[in-house]
Design a protein. Structure first.
Ligand code: BGC
Ligand code: BGC
Length: 847
């Protein structure tokens, strides 16, 4: 029977009390006199006896194999409908880089056909088994953002600045409609993280550093996505199930390290990081996603006290808990393909993306061996089936036959885009407006400059058409306006003119310039930073602003970013400064606020308020509202309007950062090694030299290095192997690098290279991690296929190197290339990057 009723809560509380007496559950057993910090929440769905009976009847007919299948979710890049038919899996997902036919720009029709095929496989009983509809989850995290043509809302950080929960509800409704149109019934959203250190690469996925703001939004978004409990719209065909994530403490990791450890007292953990869960649960959120991070050293995927006792027990969460991408594999004693501990801790469905088959087999074995109890298995299955029944999936038919399935006109529909555009307008935060330069007259000559001016991919950020949101082009966004396009339309309509010049050059002097610049797209740990310096070592945007100012042109700076960054120099240089976050498809929302109407009156005033504090220096990482010693440059809640005095005294230009400012993940660039790395030339016997200058040679001419040009003078190195013996060129890291997260995801080791003379024999790319811990993959076949004399980015999936035996948790030699033959290659860059950034990919050797 359900444990989600009030009676259930009582029982849960009793069980807890008993456990506490036995001293089993320290985390949830407050010492005498201490209040339990976990709130009690009322699950809004009354127990439904008929529903429970249906589940009981169905489960009575299910084999243990079928039950285990329900617990497993595989990724569409790693399984076929045939696999679902055979293994009776409960769910599929499309990860950030997983698309029909492997095409990031697959059509909506292809997505829907894929959804139909998987659904039909799950309902096909011709080879035995019960018909239990599969549920299909996707990261519709700022609109149905994996699909070409969808409405792209601002990322959550921008929505935080709107302080408008009702708008969030509308956004949830639209996201649900567009998701259903393409065949999925589940989104992995909302993220209710409360990011505390803005270096975290997922800061933009959070609404705010303030738990109050996150709590106010959580219910509105869940209700928008799922419909309101108690109304006929709840979980109907126009809504999807939500997933509150990531439970728990994702925003509190030390140094903002993604998937790291959140060291925190329990009361603080609950007050800060759990704030979004009670309102989301009270709104009936059907799933919660376990987090990659650990809390006080214990990985959340194995944290029974929190997953089971706190979330399902004390907080009465009546949905099911899904894991994150192989997150179970990080639990102590587990691997991606074997982890009974996660199920025992309370995970109901594992996101065993590419590991589903092994995970299925070991879980089945664990049930048969009793390592996972029948009761735990049944509870997990019941929770999953309950959600499927509540969604009406058993009666729904295939995705294309449901309420809005195949209504592709919903994608980017004008009324949807209008809501997104409103969200953009309300998300903009004005930080400076010297001399009242804003709002601008539209009837003048406006120069629109900067590399964000006309780049929808850049303004949309990560989780857009692919995981990192990189490598897209204008045609991938049929229903969108770039920021320049928005300004141009309005200027033109008013008899003015907008001129696009990314580099800021012009022939006829403009009256004013709008410079749009900021962070390039990133997602998850790929966006983790060492400091809050904006673009370390590259001040081209500042120079652009200064150049225009020197020409006597007033400059309005529009800053695109996934977090507040230290940009004092840019703020000083510009007349006006707007924090625009990651606005999404509706770049025109910016013109709505920046430009006056043709008659000179204000169209829309600025109403956005900071939901994250803006740092005073680049080392003020974690200065959050309400903390002792709170001293930001612009406080939480700040944001000017047109009525305000917009002058700003000159800001100090000392960033506070000394020493290492290198970009993480770049091992070699501009002719130089990354921070903490040395370039080595070594012979087969391991003897070698460190390259401190070029040209340089090892053992006469065994292996030689010289400076060559790629994009700039001497920004690359040419290596020439003589063929007189084995030799390697390597990047040696002074401290061992932990690339476990990168190896779990689709991260590549990317080498930008040019083949000057193809290898005469075998050549390889390898990584090393101390004695007896190296892995190599053959490189010669790939190099042989590259056009000679042309620069190309060659990618080696880090997971291949892990499979080939490297301990990716401690790489001290993250890159090396060797051969015993003769060969000449030039290298200009070595870095970690995303799948779609490689032009040629080295295939994994068979495991
Ligand atoms: C992320 C989740 C996401 C999942 C599926 C994970 O790496 O942490 O937020 O929902 O992948 O793409
Ligand atoms: C997937 C993402 C996932 C990530 C986890 C990627 O390969 O596409 O969805 O979040 O791996 O590291």
């Amino acid at each position: 029977m359900s444990t989600n009723t009030r009676g259930g809560a009582l029982i849960a509380a009793l069980v807890l009390a008993l456990a506490a007496c036995r001293g089993e559950d320290k985390a949830l057993a407050p010492a005498a006199g201490e209040a339990n910090p976990w709130p009690q929440v009322a699950w809004p769905l009354a127990e439904d006896a008929a529903l429970e009976q249906r589940i009981t009847d169905l489960m009575a007919t299910m084999t243990v194999e079928e039950k285990v299948g329900q617990l497993v979710q595989g990724d569409i890049a790693s399984l076929t409908p045939e696999d679902v038919r055979k293994y009776r899996l409960g769910s599929i997902l499309a990860g950030g880089n997983s698309d029909p036919g492997g095409r990031y720009d697959a059509s909506p029709a292809q997505w829907l056909a894929l959804a139909d095929a998987f659904y039909e496989a799950s309902m096909d009983t011709s080879q035995g088994g019960k018909a239990i509809p599969v549920i299909f989850g996707i990261d519709a995290v700022h609109g149905q953002s994996n699909i070409v043509g969808a409405t792209l809302f601002p990322h959550n950080i921008g929505l935080g600045a709107t302080r408008n929960p009702e708008l969030l509800r509308r956004i949830g409704q639209i996201t649900a409609l567009e998701t259903r149109a393409t065949g999925m019934e589940w989104t992995f959203a909302p993220t209710v993280a409360v990011p505390q250190d803005d270096r975290w690469g997922r800061t933009y996925e959070g609404y705010s550093e303030s738990p109050e703001v996150v709590a106010r939004y959580a219910a509105a978004m869940v209700e928008g996505l799922q419909g309101k409990v108690g109304t006929p719209e709840f979980l109907d065909g126009r809504h999807v199930i939500a997933s509150v994530k990531h439970f728990l403490g994702d925003g509190g990791t030390t140094n903002g390290k993604d998937q790291g450890d959140t060291g925190i007292g329990e009361a603080e953990l609950v007050r800060l990081h759990a704030a979004g869960y009670p309102p989301a649960i009270a709104a009936g959120a059907q799933t919660a996603m376990a987090s990659f991070n650990s809390v006080n050293g214990q990985k959340m995927h194995g944290h029974k006290a929190y997953l089971t006792d706190a979330l399902k027990g004390r907080m009465n969460f009546g949905g099911f808990v899904v894991g994150d991408w192989n997150g179970h594999g990080q639990v102590q004693g587990c691997t991606n393909t074997d982890c009974p501990a996660t199920i025992n801790a309370g995970l109901d469905m594992a996101m065993a993306s590419d590991s589903w088959k092994g995970f299925y087999e070991t879980t089945l074995a664990a049930v048969k061996a009793g390592t996972i109890s029948q009761a735990r298995l049944d509870d997990a299955v019941r929770r999953i089936l309950r959600v499927k029944f509540r969604l009406g999936l058993f009666e729904a038919g295939k995705p294309s036959a449901r309420a809005v399935g195949g209504q592709f006109a919903l994608l980017g529909a004008p009324e949807h885009r209008a809501v997104a555009r409103q969200a953009v307008r309300q998300s903009l935060v004005l930080l400076k407006n010297a001399g009242g330069v804003l709002p601008l007259q539209p009837r003048q000559r406006i120069l629109v400059a900067g590399d964000g001016a006309n780049d929808v991919g850049k303004q949309a950020g990560g989780w857009t058409l692919n995981w990192q949101g990189t490598g897209t082009t204008r045609k991938d966004f049929p229903n969108a306006d770039s920021i320049y396009e928005g300004i141009a339309q309005q200027a033109k309509a008013a008899g003015g003119e907008a001129i696009l010049a990314v580099d800021g050059t012009y022939t006829q002097k403009p009256d004013v310039a709008v410079v749009v610049f900021g962070e390039n797209p990133y997602a998850e740990f790929q966006g983790d930073l060492q400091t809050l310096l904006y673009k370390p070592g590259d001040d081209s945007d500042l120079q652009l602003i200064k150049r225009l100012k020197a020409d006597g042109i007033p400059v309005v700076a529009v800053f695109l970013s996934g977090r507040p960054l230290w940009v004092n120099r840019e703020i000083n240089a510009a007349d006006a400064f707007v924090a625009a976050w990651l606005p999404g498809s509706e770049g025109a929302g910016i013109a709505d606020v920046l430009l006056r109407k043709a008659d000179g009156s204000v169209q829309y005033d600025f109403t956005g308020k900071l939901s994250f504090s803006w740092p005073r220096t680049a080392t003020q990482y974690a200065n959050n509202v309400g903390q002792p010693g709170y001293d930001p440059l612009f406080p939480f809640g700040h944001g000017l309007s047109y009525a305000d005095q917009g002058e700003l005294a000159v800001l100090p230009e000392d960033s506070g950062v000394t020493g290492d400012e290198g970009a993480p993940g770049v091992f070699f660039a501009r002719g130089d090694t990354g921070a903490g790395m040395t370039l080595r030339l070594e012979a087969g016997d391991g003897q070698g030299v460190s390259v401190t200058q070029v040209p340089h040679a090892l053992n006469g001419d065994l292996l030689r290095v010289a400076g060559v040009d790629h994009l700039a003078q001497e920004d690359a190195r040419r290596f020439t192997w003589s063929g007189k013996g084995e030799a390697v060129v390597a990047l040696q890291s002074h401290t061992a690098l932990d690339l476990q997260r990168e190896s779990n995801g689709d991260v590549m080791l990317l080498t930008t290279l040019r083949v000057d003379a193809a290898p005469s024999g075998e050549a390889w790319l390898s990584v090393g991690c101390g004695t007896g811990c190296a892995a190599r993959v053959p490189l010669a076949p790939t190099l042989a296929q590259l056009p000679a004399g042309q620069w190309t980015r060659v990618g080696v999936p880090l997971k291949c190197l892990a499979q080939a035996g490297a301990d990716v948790a401690r790489l001290d030699r993250p890159w090396s290339i060797g051969t015993a033959g003769s060969m000449t290659i030039s290298v200009s860059r070595v870095m970690l990057g995303a799948l779609n950034e490689a032009e040629a990919t080295v295939a994994c050797p068979d495991a």
